[in-house]
Design a protein around this ligand. Sequence first.
Ligand SMILES: Cc1cc2nc3c(=O)[nH]c(=O)nc-3n(C[C@H](O)[C@H](O)[C@H](O)COP(=O)(O)OP(=O)(O)OC[C@H]3O[C@@H](n4cnc5c(N)ncnc54)[C@H](O)[C@@H]3O)c2cc1C
Length: 488
Amino acid sequence: MEHYGAVVIGAGSGGLTVAVGLANLGRRVALIEKHYVGGDCTNVGCIPSKTLIHEASHRARNGHDERDGAAILAHVQHKRDHLRDEETQAFSKVANLDLIFGRATILGPQRVAVTSNDGSSHTLEADQIVIATGSRPRVAAIPGLPAERALTNETLFEQQVPPRHLAILGAGVIAMEMASAFRKLGSEVTLLVRGKGLLGKYAPEVGHAIAESMAAQGIRIYYGAQAQRYDADSSTLHITTREGPLALHGIDRVLFAVGRERNLQGLGLDAAGVAFNEHKGIAVDAWGRSNVPNVWAVGDVTPTSHYTHSANAQGRRVVQRIAFPWLPALGNEPLYPHAIFSDPEVASVGLSPAQVERRYHPAAVMKLHVELKDTDRGYTEGLQHGFIQVYAVRLTGRILGATIVGPRAAEMISFWTLAMSQGITLYKLYRLVYPYPTHSSGIQKVADAFVRETLPHLPRELRTYLRYRWAKPPQPAHQLHGHAQHPA
Ligand SMILES: Cc1cc2nc3c(=O)[nH]c(=O)nc-3n(C[C@H](O)[C@H](O)[C@H](O)COP(=O)(O)OP(=O)(O)OC[C@H]3O[C@@H](n4cnc5c(N)ncnc54)[C@H](O)[C@@H]3O)c2cc1C
């Protein structure tokens, strides 16, 4: 039986980070992958989606782009395949790293079985096991919808031509990004949203801005919508909305973007005694260690990571803990910024408005909102949609959370991530000099608004701070009701 310092299951964003990190530090590592090196990000996620968004936006902006949608989809596939081949070759050559293709099953805290595609099987022994098996799209059945017309992110980028009319089920990141991208490729796009708004985890203003922009792009949105059945002969999707039943004609593809499920089944977590929850994933501490000391988890299988950058950050921490156990393991997980490459872009970091509401008394917090069209850069670019919204503790100016909607929001959010993680307050941002005219001068406007509201009223702000900073937030009406029904 082969013995390894670490066996890493899954060669996606998280697994690759750990495997290469440990191998580079001299550990003998087996990296087991059942499908493609690069995982979701390279093959069916970030890389094809961001290439498509870039190319489709270029085509929409540039009337001289003679490529049609089919040519752009072929280009996306080509770039994705090229990167996958490069990555596979590069990772096959890393010293101390054995890249093994096959399906891994954990047999116990130090044993992993690998079943190759030809059916042969062998067992590896490991000092450490790292689970990085990612997630897969959730799919809901629509009666009558033929399999080839039902798409997920795993099949979307394999299309040869853009759909004539794409119906997208969902109101989250993938739905927002793909709606605009396919609209720019020339598809009709209809968004079917179960709830009342888009991007429900963000501030309501974010959903409103994206909905307005989508309407301007010619994307139709139905709220309170549920797909009931599909008639393949007439390509009609029958739905219900809050207004009643509706028939959408000419729908030739349906994209399911209704959430993700973690890849935990058949992994043998029980055999190793690893605690997990179907919905939340594998329970790990702030450094990725599960309840079994030599079993770790990173990426989408954990409760806190939904992105490549967070999988990567978790992976780096696991490498540190395994390779340098004597280094102090202090503090919580770092801040993970979120980015949505919709049109306009959305990015956020820190507490969401709902989390602020749950943790702070409203009187202790200041909400600052600056429309980007009110900055000179926004004016010169004729911006219609976009803002910076920040929650900060009154008086101290400590930043609790920031959201940006607008051009290059995903780049600008790092500014707020840095400020929050280093304890840089709005007073310090007030004193910073921003190049003119830039979208980042919106940050100055946020800081200006805070200082204007605070310094001239210091006695009032101090009183409010002392009274409310540690006060419990009032309970929402439904919670009060719940307590009355179920006294503790
Ligand atoms: C359409 C889309 C767009 C996205 N865009 C972005 C973006 O722009 N930015 C961003 O940060 N994130 C983005 N994401 C999210 C990002 O792709 C994931 O968060 C990230 O890939 C998770 O990495 P991971 O290592 O946890 O899992 P994955 O990358 O999913 O890797 C898991 C790997 O494990 C393998 N595996 C599973 N089970 C086994 C087993 N039993 N044995 C062997 N191998 C196994 C799988 O084949 C897979 O290769 C996007 C996701 C999607 C779907």
